[in-house]
Write a protein that binds this ligand. Structure first.
Ligand SMILES: [Zn+2]
Length: 429
C-alpha cells in the first residue's frame, strides 16, 4: 500500500482542533503529514481521495465493550451457550463496531483476547483491541451466574471471573495477565442483573481494590472499575484505578480526586437515558425527589444527567464507552454513536463529545501515542463524514460515513471512483 492523500473540507483532529481545507498524507498504515491543503502537493503515483466537501476525523474509540458473543436476551443462558458458537458470534459483533466507524475498543470478555490475536495477526480484519479478558466479580456479584455451579462459571462465563479477598484477587490479576489482559476490569459494585447485586451495593472494599491496583501496577497495566455507588467509586479512586465506568453517583470529593489523579470517567450515559433503562428500572437513590420527572425512572435519568454535567463542569476527563454486550439489547457500534449523541443531548458541546470519542478514549486506553487524533506518526485511523458533527452531532451517523479506515485496512470506501473498493461487509441481522 502506497501513499494516500486525503483532501478534507473540514478536519477534526480529535484533540479539540478544527481546521478547514486540510490535507492528510497517509503512508501505509501511518499518518505522515497533516497541513493546509494549499501547501501539500500530491506526490506522483499517490492515490488522492477528495473529501473536500466533507469532514475528516479520527476513528472512534469505544472504551467499554463486551464481545462475549451472547445470542440471547436472557442473561441466565449466557454462560451455558456453546463457547465456540459465542466465539463465532463475537467476530460478527466486532465487525459491527467497524461498520460504525469504531476503530479502537477496550473489551471486557474472554473472546476479546482471542479476537485481538486474530486481528493483530491479520487472520481477519477488525478494530484495535485493548483486551481486558474477563472482568473480576466477587462471588455472587455481577460477573457470576447465580443459577450455575461456580466451576462452570469460572470456565465458561463470557465476560466474568470470580475472586474474593486480596490474595485471590492478586492471583486473579496474575492469571489474567497470563491470559493476555492489557487492562484489569473489576466490579466495585453490583450491576443489577441478579438478586443481591444491586447497583448501589459495594462489592469490594478498599483493601481488596488496593490489592488489585497494586498488582496491576506491577504489571504496568491499568484498572477500570465499574462503580455505580458513590462510596465504591470513592474507594476505587483512592485505590488508584485509571477509569471509573458508569460512575453515575459521584460527589464533589470524587470529582476533585479524579481531576487531581487524572482518572477518566466513562459514563455510559446512553444506558441510563436510552430504552435499556426503562426495561430494567434502577434501585431508588437518596434525594431522587430533587430531580424533575413524573416517574422514578425519569427522575433517575435526570439525576444521572445532572451527575454527568457536574463531572464535566468540574473538569473530569470524559470518554465514550457503550457497554455493548448483546447485539439485541445494546447493539455494537450503533450504541457507540448513541453514546456520543447522548452526551450532547445532556448538554456537552459537540466538539467535546467528539474529543471524548477519540483522544480521551485513547488516553483512557493508554494508546494516545498510536491513535485517537490526527497527527504525524499516528495510525491512519480515519473517518470521512458527510456533514458537520461539530454543529449537528447527529451527522455522526453510519449512513453518513463515506470512508472508514483503520491503519492499512480500508473498511469502507465510498469516495474512491473504483466501486470495487466499496466493501462494507453485508452482515445479516
Ligand atoms: Zn460493562
Amino acid at each position: 500500500m502506497g501513499i494516500t492523500i486525503i483532501r478534507a473540507g473540514q478536519l477534526i483532529d480529535g484533540r479539540g482542533g478544527v481546521t478547514h481545507e486540510a490535507t492528510v498524507v497517509v503512508d501505509g498504515d501511518t499518518i505522515r503529514e497533516v497541513g493546509p491543503s494549499r501547501e501539500i502537493e500530491a506526490p506522483a503515483g499517490a492515490e488522492v481521495i477528495d473529501a473536500s466537501a466533507y469532514t475528516v476525523m479520527p476513528g472512534l474509540i469505544d472504551c467499554h465493550t463486551h464481545l462475549g458473543g451472547t445470542s440471547s436476551v436472557d442473561y441466565r443462558t449466557w454462560v451455558v451457550e456453546d463457547d465456540i458458537r459465542q466465539a463465532i458470534v463475537s467476530t460478527k459483533q466486532m465487525r459491527e463496531l467497524m461498520d460504525f466507524g469504531v476503530t479502537t475498543i477496550r473489551d471486557i470478555s474472554r473472546n476479546g483476547i482471542r479476537l485481538k490475536w486474530v486481528v493483530e495477526n491479520r487472520v481477519i480484519e477488525g478494530p484495535r483491541i485493548v483486551a481486558c479478558g474477563p472482568g473480576i466479580s466477587r462471588t455472587g456479584g455481577h460477573g457470576d451466574a447465580h443459577n450455575l455451579s461456580v466451576d462452570f462459571v469460572q470456565r465458561s462465563h463470557p465476560w466474568g471471573i470470580i475472586a474474593d479477598g486480596p490474595e485471590e484477587l492478586r492471583k486473579t490479576v496474575r492469571t489474567l495477565s497470563r491470559m493476555g489482559s492489557d487492562a484489569i476490569k473489576i466490579w466495585a459494585t453490583g450491576g443489577g442483573m441478579w438478586d443481591k447485586e444491586l447497583e448501589t451495593d459495594q462489592h469490594f472494599d478498599l483493601e481488596e481494590l488496593r490489592a488489585v491496583v497494586r498488582e496491576a501496577d506491577h504489571l504496568r497495566i491499568p484498572v477500570l472499575a465499574h462503580a455505580e455507588s458513590m462510596e465504591a467509586a470513592k474507594d476505587a479512586i483512592r485505590a488508584g484505578v485509571a477509569t471509573i465506568e458508569h460512575g453515575e453517583d459521584l460527589d464533589d470529593e470524587c470529582r476533585a480526586m479524579m481531576v487531581e489523579q487524572g482518572i477518566i470517567h466513562v459514563p455510559t450515559l446512553q444506558l441510563f437515558t436510552g430504552p435499556w433503562f426503562d426495561a430494567y428500572p434502577p434501585p431508588p437513590r437518596e434525594g431522587l425527589d430533587r430531580f424533575p420527572g413524573d416517574t422514578p425512572v425519569q427522575q433517575e435519568k435526570n439525576r444521572v444527567i445532572d451527575n454527568f454535567t457536574r463531572s464535566r463542569e468540574a473538569g473530569v476527563t470524559i470518554a465514550v464507552g457503550s457497554d455493548s454486550f448483546s447485539s439485541i439489547d445494546v447493539p455494537f457500534g450503533a450504541s457507540t454513536l448513541a453514546e456520543v449523541h447522548a452526551m450532547v443531548d445532556a448538554g456537552m458541546p459537540p466538539l467535546d463529545a467528539l474529543t471524548a470519542a477519540t483522544f480521551n478514549g485513547a488516553t483512557a486506553l493508554r494508546v494516545a501515542d498510536r491513535t485517537g487524533s490526527i497527527a504525524p506518526g499516528l495510525a491512519a485511523d480515519l473517518l470521512v463524514v458527510d456533514g458537520d458533527p461539530t454543529t449537528d452531532i447527529r451527522h455522526l451517523a453510519q449512513e453518513r460515513m463515506l470512508y472508514i479506515r483503520r491503519g492499512e485496512q480500508v473498511w469502507f470506501d465510498d469516495l474512491t471512483p473504483r466501486a470495487a473498493r466499496s466493501r462494507r461487509p453485508a452482515l445479516a441481522g
